[in-house]
Design a protein around this ligand. Structure first.
Ligand code: ADP
Ligand code: ADP
Ligand code: MG
Length: 507
């Protein structure tokens, strides 16, 4: 890579991650450019950039995913570098190549690294040849159910059929016995073709009761790499994370070191440049296997920033400016405990189905140990076109116990009216025995969350009635208490909290 200094950066993304990246770039004294679709004319990221360029209609395929539109926006504004965020074009090797071909700097890895890691089969082959342990399974695509069944017999049922091009928890199917193989393979191939335009499927051992442990890495693009320790991401629904924490509870120092070493080995094997995440699956017996590498900034990067005292966005920019890795391994330590809650517009009672609507009221929690990365504001209409993640609540404590106590406090203070959201789900999760013990696995939600027993959310009329009742109650209480002072802090919070609890089904 030819190193070119730049002073204006375009962020090719939307939502909370675009806001987060714009903040980091501004702090470095660089100018910022946002891009937006017609659905995002007044979105949070647009309001926070020095300049903003409309790149097309609401559907991502006509705006945030159109390489030429983004390059054109960079040209028009004179931006010399592009940060892709996560999702959208962030792991698209053609995009990275096109950016560099246009004479701009791509703030991320090379197109080659993305090609190797973007395809799960080629990543497996690369890792196997580099001596990093991969999940037992095939390194070639499988189309014949008989072949798949034979392989499954060799590695042992249950197995996982996985789309080589898959991502976001999609394109996976568990097969528990030979009889299920033919139809499972056909269906997974069809889904993969549909979702990713590629029907390559491989067979992998399904690890029972595992933990998802991932390691943040930074590479200099010349074979140098460091790690920033682990994140435990086993609280998942539909194979997608909803709560992450760092450090991982119940990981011995020795195992931590071994996994971190394997991640650094992974980054070195491909001369990785920039920030990346190496994901591992950890079996109950302590064996761990490479799952995949995400060649981008990760959703849950803030918990790593919090415990290591680093700034990953600025680290990415500095690497892209040719400064190399701005941290030294020996200076990095995990300090305290950080937990992230992804705040999704989704309905836990309806199998976490996405929800949309206008943000009617928003009051973010504050105070010690609280960080909120958000892409919303009061009055914002959550578009149906994109990922339903609205914000992330990141909590830090001196230890896990304090982080959990703060989590409960902050989740209770988080006022969000409008679309159905998963704050009540988080409050449920952090009060479960297995979560508190830290012994939870990726089965946690599937086994312990019971949508049937979940209080269904209220409909709009009921919501209005609850708000009116709570307001009336509060007005009466205030007029009653004009002579007698109340306990500090109790009045306002209480009716809001009660109203919110009633509206979101949180008991
Ligand atoms: P992380 O691994 O950073 O925790 P997620 O798996 O939650 O990330 O995905 C991050 C974002 O990227 C989400 O918006 C998700 O929808 C999107 N995403 C991930 N993989 C793909 C893919 N292969 N195709 C399209 N979108 C994807
Ligand atoms: P994606 O690209 O969709 O993120 P991953 O390969 O990272 O796909 O897997 C996503 C999740 O699926 C993991 O975090 C884990 O919960 C589950 N998973 C993946 N592979 C296995 C496996 N071999 N055994 C058990 N669970 C798995
Ligand atoms: Mg993954």
């Amino acid at each position: 890579m030819k190193v070119k200094k730049f002073d204006k950066v375009l962020v090719a993304n939307r939502g909370e991650i675009a806001v987060r990246i714009l903040q980091g770039i501004r702090e470095m004294g660089l100018k910022t450019v946002a891009v937006y679709s017609e659905a995002d004319r007044v979105a949070a990221h647009v309001l926070r950039a020095d300049e903003a360029v409309l790149i097309g209609p609401a559907p991502a395929a006509e705006s945030y995913l159109v390489i030429d539109r983004i390059l054109e926006a960079a040209r028009a504004t004179g931006a010399q570098a592009i940060h892709p965020g996560y999702g959208f074009l962030s792991e698209n090797a053609e995009f990275a190549a096109a950016v560099e071909e246009a004479g701009l700097t791509f703030i991320g890895p090379t197109a080659d690294s993305m090609r190797v890691m973007g395809d799960k089969l080629s990543a497996r082959r690369k890792m196997r040849s580099s001596g990093v342990p991969v999940v037992p399974g095939t390194d070639e695509a499988v189309t014949d159910p008989e072949v798949a069944t034979r392989i499954a017999g060799e590695i042992g049922f249950p197995v996982l059929l996985k789309a080589s091009a898959g991502g976001g928890g999609k394109g996976m199917r568990i097969v528990r016995e030979a009889g299920e193989m033919a139809s499972a393979l056909r269906q997974t191939m069809g889904e993969a073709k549909n979702a990713f335009g590629d029907d390559a499927i491989f067979v992998e051992k399904y690890i029972e009761n595992p933990k998802h442990i991932e390691i943040q890495v930074l590479g200099d693009g010349r074979g140098g790499a460091i790690h920033l320790f682990e994140r435990e991401c086993s609280v998942q629904r539909r194979h997608q994370k909803v709560i992450e924490e760092s450090p991982a509870p119940s990981l011995s120092p020795q195992l931590r070191q071994e996994i971190c070493d394997a991640a650094v080995q992974t980054a070195r094997a491909i001369d990785y440049r920039g920030a990346g995440t190496v994901e591992f699956i950890l079996a109950p017996g302590g064996e761990f296997y490479f799952l995949e590498m995400n060649t981008r900034l990760q959703v849950e990067h803030p918990i790593t920033e919090r415990v290591t005292g680093t700034d990953l966005v600025s680290a990415m920019v500095r690497i892209a400016q040719g400064e190399g890795i701005c941290y030294r391994q020996e200076d990095l330590q995990q300090h305290g405990w950080a937990i992230e809650y992804r705040i999704y517009a989704e309905d836990a009672a309806r199998n976490f189905a996405p929800s949309v609507g206008k943000i009617l009221a928003l009051d973010l929690p504050q105070g010690p140990g609280v960080r909120v990365d958000s892409g919303i504001f009061e009055g914002f209409e959550v578009p149906i076109h994109y990922d339903p993640m609205l914000a992330k609540l990141i909590i830090w404590g001196e230890n896990r116990e304090q982080a959990l106590a703060r989590s409960k406090r902050a989740l209770e203070e988080f006022i969000l009216h409008g679309p159905t959201h998963n704050i009540p789900f988080h409050l449920w999760a952090i009060q479960q025995k297995s979560f508190i013990s830290g012994e939870y696995t990726t089965n946690f939600v599937g086994e312990e969350f019971d949508p049937e027993a979940w209080l269904p959310p209220l409909d709009d009329d009921q919501r209005q009635a609850v708000i009116a009742a709570a307001a009336l109650f509060e007005a009466n209480r205030r007029s009653d208490s004009t002579t007698a002072p109340t306990t500090p802090g109790s009045s306002r919070n209480h009716w809001r909290l009660n109203a919110r609890r009633a509206m979101t089904g949180n008991r």
